[in-house]
Write a protein that binds this ligand. Sequence first.
Ligand SMILES: [Cu+2]
Length: 504
Amino acid sequence: MNNNNNNNNNNPTTVAPRGSKLAFSRRNMLTAGAIAGGALMLGGKARAAESPSTPPDHNHGGAHPATHTPRSGEHFPPGEPGRDYTPVVVPNGWTLPYRIVDGVKVFHLVAEDVEHEFAPGLKANCWGYNASVHGPVIEAVEGDRVRIFVTNKLTAPTTVHWHGVLLPSGMDGVGGLTQRAILPDETFMYEFTLRQHGTLMYHSHHDEMTQMGMGMTGLFIIHPRNPQDPRPDRDFALMLHEWKIEVGASRPDPNEMTDFNTLTINAKCFPGTQPLIVKTGDRVRIRIGNLSAMDHHPIHLHGYYFILTETDGGVIPESARWPETSVLVPVGSTRTVEFVADNPGDWAMHCHMTHHVMNQMGHGIANMIGVQPGDLDARIRKLLPGYMTMGENGMGGMTEMGMSVPQNSIPMVGGVGPYDEITMGGMFTILKVRDEIANLNEDPGWYEPPPGTMSLPATKESLEQSGVRADGASAPRAPAAATKSWILPPPLRRAPGAPHHHGH
Ligand SMILES: [Cu+2]
């Protein structure tokens, strides 16, 4: 073993932050307390002697030791943004700043009431952390020691559970089981060393249905100390959620079990979702957590396929990764996907459950498709001024500006796109990939496709040239045999002597 080899990521006794000239030996990484404690988090010999402990890069290479011995005291110097990791981008959200005290990263979460805007026009009184819904992203580095204070400014007791984080049982934040609840106006302290990396989460673990339903969730992202995969250029962090907000109500209804009408990415529904902005050629990582009450969300990206690289259990060995275009993010899980953004454009990214890309009023209304209102509207207007039959051609058109919606509610679908209404809402956002972009934090506007690369009304010449008639008559029709129902052959004659069921 060569302790001076900067790039030897497989050497368990050294840890060299990527791109750094430094190679830390195990000894100078560990605090005196750790050595006194005798248990070494890293280190070949120490680990061999204490087989259950896990090196920080245990998720690489396919081996997944399943046990860990979290102990206090052993940790690395705090990982630094830029040097040790590229900070995540949180559309419509933010990352929680920390202070370093004696080599420990100190965070402070405050559980409290938050008036939250889901999209322009829709606000509700939710519960969140530090003036935001959901809570800010906690971002740290494997090997960091973190101390997280939680102040409860709610009128209800609460706790915070660190979902997926390997830690001592007493730090797990399960109300009643691993601690007593944090009462209103109390502050609790959680402290542990991060001995893994990945996309994890945090959420209330006291009266979960109510408190998570009111918004008390967040992402907990731990970067590898010693990454083996290439670092992403853009690393996005998204949290999925679902809400029931009655039209006109000022609070979400956390008692709802099935009929959610507000579906969100980082607590915003389209058109309030901030786009994901990247440069052509960027290596893009998207981390998606789901702490919805009841639904798994298949998140679909247009224009690309991506590779599923991580779950909240860690990195998927390269040989076991697979490509897909929709990643199912189950409740209580995270999924991380990566791709190289080599296809410029405005690309839709959304949940593929079609009811999850509708806003408040798109659910459970009377089905008017195919209804021909005739003079119905004029007749009803005599009784109900302003009455208009809606939905006879579906929900498109419901976006149209000037269409009035009740106070504190948003139209069932979308916003104004570059060409037409975007008939989407809810769990929908846009990946914007641009060759030239000055400011990745500013919306670059709509994509303008190069001439000849955009669908337009067919011209007479192009129709004629291709032998296509505009009335549709030249298109193949389904042959009768292809749409015919199957008819079972007649039954076999009953064999003589077979039992009779309807006999005398
Ligand atoms: Cu969904």
